[in-house]
Design a binder for this molecule. Structure first.
Ligand SMILES: *[C@@H]1O[C@H](CO)[C@@H](O)[C@H](O)[C@H]1NC(C)=O
Ligand SMILES: *[C@@H]1O[C@H](CO)[C@@H](O)[C@H](O)[C@H]1NC(C)=O
Ligand SMILES: *[C@@H]1O[C@H](CO)[C@@H](O)[C@H](O)[C@H]1NC(C)=O
Ligand SMILES: *[C@@H]1O[C@H](CO)[C@@H](O)[C@H](O)[C@H]1NC(C)=O
Length: 380
């Protein structure tokens, strides 16, 4: 009996081995970069919030209805934009959430994104626990030190971390669950201009911290047209054919400042390569010709005034024809097309100075040995 099981086990592992090799052939080759690190909010979250005490978890059907592992905490019927980017970069598996996986799996990258989180610490606090951007960076510091341990030193770890791609999107909740959210006071303290300034300034220091942990190739995503998200059109009373102006204006104000901050950061941080993904522009693409028939309504059933799908309700059957899955997040179909543009822009305005495929190819600055600052600080 036991022998039989063992034989089965061996046979099974041979079969699985063949299958996984075959999968690798089918995908072509190994990933284009050794690692991918993902930061952000619910747009990129792939399960981080499951471990937290929060209202922002989507671990129930119909979420994940088209995902091979079902409901995993992704705000989508299937994959999200971060998953689609991992796919385009040639990663065989999805990048795991922080704290998941075995003791070496973080070598290929980690997804730190957390639904409800923002640039500011107070953002989203009425929703419960979340990994704010500062906490995501703290989690990344832990991973970076484990990578250093794995590779046998900070120097070699920094070289490794410099080859990775970093994708970062955040800021939606600073507006939707802070400035324009009920129960928050920032709109009484700041004008929209001042608030955008505060956000981008804070974001700059956060991106600098990422650089200090070895990041060099960083794709920073701007905000899409928040005012055209079905739930917010409903909540703020925009009609079917229009969007919420003040939310779209806030996104543009933020984007303009962010887009100007990146070349400044690039110039002040030796060897850094920050690139801007123009999400607003990509989101504005006319997708009617790409098979999307429903651009401003949710696919799943979203109760009035809410954002997530109601649990255990039937979603629309024609999910590939919908831009929006729930009240605020794309369907897998839209996420994949969005990711494609970020990876390989169709127009220069969609990503600059590089798209993600270009970012992969930029040679790293050989003179940037990560230790020069330390040496200068020591005065020798
Ligand atoms: C935000 O939180 C982080 C860590 O949780 C802390 O280090 C930082 O000082 C906080 N920022 C502000 C502005 O309170
Ligand atoms: C605004 O709200 C935050 C978070 O609750 C609180 O810490 C802060 O003191 C408030 N500020 C003002 C001016 O009311
Ligand atoms: C970044 O700055 C360096 C100089 O430090 C410059 O050579 C490079 O062209 C800049 N790259 C981008 C993408 O702005
Ligand atoms: C979008 O494209 C479709 C065909 O691809 C066209 O019929 C429609 O007029 C376009 N809409 C806008 C707003 O340009």
């Amino acid at each position: 009996m036991e022998g039989g099981l063992k034989a089965w086990g061996i046979l099974l592992s041979i079969v699985l081995g063949v299958v996984s090799n075959w999968k690798q052939w089918a995908r072509g080759s190994s990933p284009q970069v050794p690692c991918l690190f993902i930061f952000g909010d619910s747009v990129f979250d792939n399960g981080n919030n499951l471990a937290l005490d929060t209202d922002v978890t989507v671990d129930y059907l119909p979420y994940g209805v088209d995902f091979p592992y079902g409901s995993t905490g992704r705000c989508s019927n299937g994959v999200n934009i971060a998953d689609a980017i991992a796919d385009l970069l040639g990663f065989e598996d999805y990048i795991l959430p922080f704290g998941k996986g075995n003791c070496r799996e973080f070598m290929g990258g980690v997804n730190y994104a957390s639904g409800g989180s923002g640039i500011l610490n107070t953002t989203g606090y009425l929703l419960g626990q979340r990994y704010t951007m500062d906490l995501q960076l703290y989690n990344h510091k832990i991973i970076a030190s484990r990578i250093a341990k794995e590779l046998g030193g900070a120097d070699v770890a920094n070289k490794y971390l410099g080859q990775c791609i970093y994708v970062v999107e955040i800021g939606y909740n600073d507006y939707l669950n802070n400035y324009y959210g009920e129960g928050y006071n920032s709109s009484k303290i700041y004008t929209p201009e001042q608030f955008a300034q505060l956000l981008v300034q804070t974001y700059e220091t956060q991106l600098e911290r990422l650089y200090n942990e070895g990041a060099r190739k960083v794709a920073v995503f701007g905000l899409i047209r928040m005012g055209c998200m079905p739930a917010y059109k409903n909540i703020f009373g925009a009609d079917e054919s229009s969007c919420v102006d003040k939310l779209n204006q806030a996104a543009q104000l933020f984007n303009n400042k962010l887009q100007k901050a990146l070349p400044k950061l690039n110039a002040s941080l030796p060897g850094a390569i920050f690139t801007y993904i123009n999400s607003y522009e990509i989101d504005s693409e006319n997708v009617t010709g790409l098979g999307f028939k429903f651009t401003s309504t949710s696919c799943c059933h979203v109760p009035n005034g809410e954002i997530p799908c109601a649990a255990l309700t039937y979603p629309c059957p024609n999910r590939d024809e919908h831009v929006y899955w729930d009240g605020a997040h794309y369907t897998e179909a839209r996420a994949r097309i969005f990711a494609k543009r970020a990876y390989q822009r169709q127009l220069p305005v969609e990503a600059y100075p590089y798209d993600i495929s270009g970012l992969v190819k930029v040679p790293l600055d050989e003179t940037d040995d990560h230790c020069s600052t330390w040496a200068i600080n020591n005065g020798d």
